[in-house]
Design a protein around this ligand. Structure first.
Ligand code: PEP
Ligand code: MN
Length: 353
């Protein structure tokens, strides 16, 4: 339920409405717009009388929300969410560049890659130390030592760092070293993990499960947000289809769809979406043109030697090619993003009851 407040609402009227909701066991989510403010109501609404709320002074109208996700919905929060990590913003005008190896392998490897990213251009350093592998015999990740190497390399080159947590215990291990917690596709519906991350003060990057619907994807974000952590970034990394020439199928449609339905940033991961180095550049550009708030790519100085996902990793020359192509596209994309932001600002709040 969303309560749209009158522009001329007094502080007493505002407090009365909040009190009415909280007294009846529901929670209030406040969103102050430039023109108007709204109160989102979440939780148990059985004792709330919609007509009574509508009749309260200061209320313009009450709108029911049919979607199961509330905090992640653009109806609850009309403006884009911008997640800020140190010197990097995700969800703002400029799309974010996230890059790094699939797995942290050695201290030298991650330092070398971090240097490359900082010299060539890139904003966030990625690297897995706890790896969810299909085979129990495959490399499972370097573990805690790798987290330290990753964190120190990131710090040295002024790049915020992201790494995957596979279970609740990993949160504590990674906490001193990473700036963003990644939830992998296979963990997207590990609800206990999502709840635990919801209590963290660090942003959470949720990768879409390989067979997750849009609604399930947004409900995973809702799990994190409902525990108090609203710094959530979504990531499209390809889904399972009958297509056999790529590892997964990149779902381009979900980019503009998420932007319509949610205020959360969404980033594309063409490495896992395609599983093929030769497709990474075109798919990245397509994602950015469709409105993605950034991209995450796997890169390695010698992909043929990588401990994992070498066949979808860019080498340094290919990474440069990607950045050069992105620079060609960037001017147009920034113009489109500016236009979209202006439309959004002029429509806030944009309710259709
Ligand atoms: C990864 O980012 O290396 C990874 C394992 O991704 P996903 O969870 O999307 O498969
Ligand atoms: Mn990988």
């Amino acid at each position: 339920m969303i309560i749209v407040l009158k522009t001329a609402i007094t502080d007493q009227e505002y407090d009365k409405i909040k009190e009415y909701i909280i007294d009846r066991g529901a929670r209030v989510h406040e969103s102050k717009g430039i023109e108007k403010s709204i109160l989102g109501v979440i939780g148990d609404k059985r004792d709330l009388d919609q007509n009574a709320i509508e009749a309260m002074p200061g209320v313009e109208k009450v709108i029911s929300i049919l979607e199961p996700y509330k905090l992640a919905s653009r109806k609850f929060h009309p403006e884009n969410t911008i997640v800020t990590i140190k010197n990097v913003s995700i969800g703002g005008l400029e799309p974010v560049i996230m890059a790094g190896p699939c797995s942290v392998e050695t201290e030298e490897q991650i330092w070398d890659i971090a240097r490359e990213i900082s010299e060539k251009g890139g904003h966030v350093l990625r690297g897995g130390v706890f790896k969810p592998r299909t085979s129990p015999y495959a490399f499972q990740g370097i573990g805690e030592a790798g987290a330290r190497w990753l964190g120190e390399a990131g710090k040295n080159y002024n790049l915020p760092v992201i790494s995957e947590v596979m279970e609740i215990e990993d949160i504590e291990v990674l906490y001193p070293w990473v700036d963003i917690f990644q939830v992998g596709a296979r963990s997207m519906q590990n609800f206990k993990l999502l709840k635990a991350l919801g209590k963290s003060d660090k942003p959470v990057f949720i990768k879409r499960g390989m067979s997750a619907t849009l609604s399930e994807f947004l409900m995973s974000a809702e799990y994190v947000m409902s525990e108090g952590n609203e710094n959530v970034i979504l990531c499209e990394r390809g889904i399972r289809t009958f297509v056999e020439f790529t590892r997964n199928t990149f779902d381009l449609n979900i980019i503009p769809m998420v932007k319509n339905l949610s205020h959360l940033p969404i980033v594309v991961d063409p490495s896992h979406a395609t599983g093929r180095t030769d497709l990474v550049i075109p798919v990245t550009l397509a994602g950015l043109a469709a409105g993605a708030d950034g991209f995450m790519v796997e890169m390695h100085p010698r992909p043929y030697e990588a401990f994992s996902d070498g066949n979808q990793s860019l080498n340094y020359a290919q990474y440069s090619d990607l950045l050069a192509d992105w620079n060609v596209l960037k001017e147009g994309v920034l113009k489109l993003r500016t236009k979209k932001n202006e439309v959004l600002a002029s429509n806030v709040p944009h309710y259709k009851s």
